[in-house]
Design a protein around this ligand. Structure first.
Ligand code: FES
Length: 167
């Protein structure tokens, strides 16, 4: 249960909203639930629904709507590359294709070591600094702008080392 696991954090989040608007706490609670496993379990969705007096369907629809939330386990880090038109014009597609080649996976797949799930997303509000991507992982969300494939592979090596997955 989320409340048992993170009592202080849950109380802090709920304290920010008046009781009649407590459903607004759904986003930060989902973020909290996702922090540990990198995705939101069905049990966590049930917890949140109960805490906020809303239906599980409401919670699930929010998880489904936002690219920041995930309902299944994938890589420890999600690498989300913007491929919207302005970025595509600055080489985002080629960047993503080359990255796929280097990692030996397709968009949407996870590296065999479970470290990286590669995704294509829409605008990350850094259109003039493409290729750009965000990583979502145990250390939160980080933006990486004006990237090259080489710099990205270095970043992945650093993530491997920091998570003890370097071979
Ligand atoms: S279109 Fe890629 S960041 Fe805006």
């Amino acid at each position: 249960m989320l409340l048992q696991k993170y009592p202080k954090e849950v109380k802090q989040i709920l304290a920010k909203y008046p009781p009649e608007h407590k459903r607004s706490a759904v986003m930060p609670l989902l973020y909290l639930a996702q922090r540990e496993e990198g995705y939101i379990t069905k049990a966590a969705m049930q917890d949140i629904a109960q805490l906020l007096d809303i239906s599980e369907t409401d919670v699930a629809s929010i998880v489904g709507f936002y690219t920041l939330y995930h309902d299944k386990k994938e890589g420890k880090y999600r690498m989300q590359v913007c491929t919207d038109l302005p970025c595509a014009l600055r080489g985002a597609e080629e960047f993503l294709n080359n990255l796929c080649g280097n990692l030996g996976i397709k968009v949407g797949e996870t590296t065999p070591d479970g470290l990286i799930t590669l995704e294509a997303v829409t605008c990350l509000a850094a259109c003039d600094r493409a290729p750009v991507f965000q990583t979502q992982g145990p250390d939160g969300i980080k933006y990486h702008e004006n990237m090259t494939v080489d710099k990205t592979m270095e970043l992945i090596e650093a993530l491997k080392k920091s998570t003890g997955e370097a071979k």
